[in-house]
Design a protein around this ligand. Structure first.
Ligand code: SAM
Length: 241
């Protein structure tokens, strides 16, 4: 399964970039929305980088971390009581409510459209009235064009991480094959698939799920442009009448 093997060295390769993405995107958005960030559910939380960034800004916040990779949650040292191991495309928090649901470092891009809709429906059920869903999301520019045919290697300590990105037009998705090399050997290989939908379709899916998209902006600006790499979405669950 994706992220089963990568868990051990994920933060070595992605920690700094993921942290910067959270700070610039979701955490900045939370600061502008409210100083009352009490109960937060992080979807596709991985090693819990998002929760750590949120707690720095909101020390009182209680963070719960949902991921289908138990290895990611464990390797990140997420306490068992704050772990929810499961599929974010269909989850239940058994009546537990959150005033914020977040998802960062393109975790929602792992869901094809139908599963993303399932995820948004599950989010609507676990948000308090007037609660918010805030997430970052890689755009078509990245998945279809920048990563159309891209191979590269990152080095850290004695490891080399090879990434091969290919866009698959038949399935309208991006396939990434990741291999970790150490001392001339391949330690493991993982294959990840990512999808993207445009903001109009996202707005439609959210509305059908019971959420209103109140803002979409570029990660590095207050404005929106269709050709940026990452958008920050803010959705609100309106008070039910
Ligand atoms: C790119 S990583 C991001 C991790 C973390 N949010 C961060 O900022 O570092 C994507 C994460 O989403 C998780 N994931 C992907 N699809 C999932 C699904 N259907 N249900 C739960 N977790 C999923 C993976 O296990 C992985 O931890």
């Amino acid at each position: 399964m994706a992220y089963e093997h990568w868990a051990a060295t994920y933060e070595l390769f992605e920690g700094e970039t993921a942290r910067a993405t959270w700070q610039q995107g979701i955490v900045a958005e939370l600061r502008s929305l409210s100083n009352k960030v009490h109960r937060v559910l992080d979807l596709g939380a991985g090693t819990g980088i998002g929760g750590r960034c949120i707690r720095e800004a909101f020390p009182e916040a209680e963070i719960f971390n949902l991921d289908y990779s138990r290895q990611m949650l464990d390797k990140g040292g997420v306490p068992k009581g704050q772990q929810l191991v499961g599929d974010m495309s269909e989850f239940s928090t058994a009546g537990d409510k959150f005033n914020f649901v977040v998802s960062g470092f393109d975790a929602l891009n792992y869901l094809p459209k139908e599963k993303l809709y399932g995820c948004l429906c599950s989010v609507a059920k676990c948000l308090t009235d007037n609660g918010y869903l805030v997430f970052d999301y890689s755009t078509r520019k990245v998945l279809k064009y920048d990563w159309r045919k891209l191979d590269y290697i990152n080095q850290a300590q004695d490891y080399e991480l090879h990434r091969i990105h290919r866009y698959e037009p038949l399935f309208d998705r991006s396939k990434t094959v990741i291999k970790l090399h150490h001392a001339g050997e391949i330690l493991w290989t993982e294959t990840h698939y990512q999808y993207t939908i445009d903001p109009f379709t996202m707005e439609e899916l959210a509305r059908c799920a019971g959420l209103t998209v109140v803002r979409v902006r570029d990660i590095d600006a207050e404005s929106f442009s269709p050709t940026t790499t990452t958008h920050i979405y803010t959705c609100c669950k309106e008070i039910s009448s």
